[in-house]
Design a protein around this ligand. Structure first.
Ligand code: SF4
Length: 349
């Protein structure tokens, strides 16, 4: 958002403009135990951005800016901290030094990468409160990265839920938390603990391992774990063949022999020895009808037919869903979402 606004106002970004932009954008890292250089004093850490960007004109000006940033980050009296090294600070104080180093260039926008996840619960609130106070007093915008949806709900104006590097739902905090539309957002919200023990919420557990980010699933990247996945979500022949092999290993397909994926959208199956393709097909269809709601990959099977001495399964074509705008500021990427121009906004399956 910030970059696109900048582009609109200033044209393309490059060279000197990019350098100027970097001063307005700063980072707070997740791990204050790793992100601070143990050989540098607090003064060196916080003054470094000033010196690299040639912001201050004299040592006095640098010292004044460092002390001011430390005070704003809640390290008081600031003079007591400047000559300390990271190993002489607590986790919370280290993260305050990181915040001071980010603040010293007076940025407009800070990317905070899980800034409290490595800290003790007892000091998280203090750091979060500090960040919220700074947001108000300095007019800052944060891009706050977190796995804690409850925390996002408390601090964010807008929330973008990401899965495997793609935004699957984005909207105001109210829209995303109170009216979640994407199955993954719904699952995340269902497992946020409630302070009211009488409140019963049906928990949706996203099963299975998260896929390898270097080998993103085709179609909707959520489909291998999505509890609502259906035929359009992008199952390929390998995935469906694997599911059939699991059934076969469990003894559910005694009439079926070898199962082989053929390209992206076809599976070839040989009947078991002594079985006719027609009998094997009937037995297979009966098991598919029983299992397709429990084993969602089987929903991708569009048709079963016999060709020569074997059975051929054809799969539905799948595709990746696009972010669809449901309301001003609220967009969702899921095939189950009906855009508001054609129907009311709802997950329909
Ligand atoms: S498109 Fe929607 S229903 Fe299909 S897998 Fe993705 S999130 Fe689930």
């Amino acid at each position: 958002m910030y970059l696109s606004e900048w582009r609109k106002r200033k044209g393309d970004i490059g060279g000197i403009r990019m350098r100027a932009l970097r001063r307005r954008l700063q980072l707070i890292f997740q791990d204050p135990y790793e992100s601070l250089n143990p050989k540098q004093s607090v003064y060196e850490i916080v003054s470094e951005p000033l010196l690299v960007n040639r912001v201050t004109q004299s040592p006095e000006e640098t010292t004044s800016a460092v002390l001011s940033a430390l005070r704003d980050a809640g390290l008081r009296p600031a003079e007591e901290f400047v000559f300390r090294f990271p190993h002489e600070l607590s986790g919370g104080q280290r993260q305050r030094v990181s915040i001071a180093a980010a603040l010293v260039l007076e940025p407009d926008f800070i990317v905070a990468d899980e800034p409290v996840s490595m800290l003790d619960v007892s000091i998280r609130t203090g750091i979060l409160q500090l960040m919220m106070d700074l947001r108000k007093s300095r007019g800052l915008t944060y891009l706050f990265i977190t796995h804690d949806l409850g925390l996002a709900w408390i601090i964010a104006d807008r929330i973008a839920v990401m899965y495997l590097g793609k935004i699957v739902e984005i909207g105001t905090a109210e829209q995303v938390i109170r009216q979640p539309q994407h199955p993954y957002t719904r699952a995340l919200i269902s497992v946020v603990p409630s302070p009211d023990p009488r409140k019963r919420v049906e928990r949706v557990i996203v099963k299975g391992e998260r896929p390898d980010a270097a080998n993103i699933p085709a179609g909707c990247r959520s489909h291998p774990r999505c509890p609502m996945a259906f035929e359009a979500c992008g199952w390929d022949a390998e995935e469906v063949a694997e599911e059939l092999q699991v059934l076969q290993a469990a003894g559910r397909l005694p009439d079926v022999g070898m199962i082989m994926a053929q390209g992206e959208r076809a599976i070839e199956i040989l009947p078991a020895p002594g079985k006719s393709p027609t009998d094997a097909r009937s037995a297979l269809e009966a098991v598919l009808a029983e299992e397709r709601n429990a084993r969602l990959a089987l929903k991708a099977i569009q048709g079963v037919r016999v060709r020569d001495d074997r059975i051929i399964l054809m799969l539905h074509a799948g595709s990746a869903p696009r972010l669809t705008r449901l309301a001003p500021e609220h967009s969702v990427a899921c095939h189950l979402i009906t855009p508001p121009s054609t129907a009311s906004v709802a997950v329909t399956a």
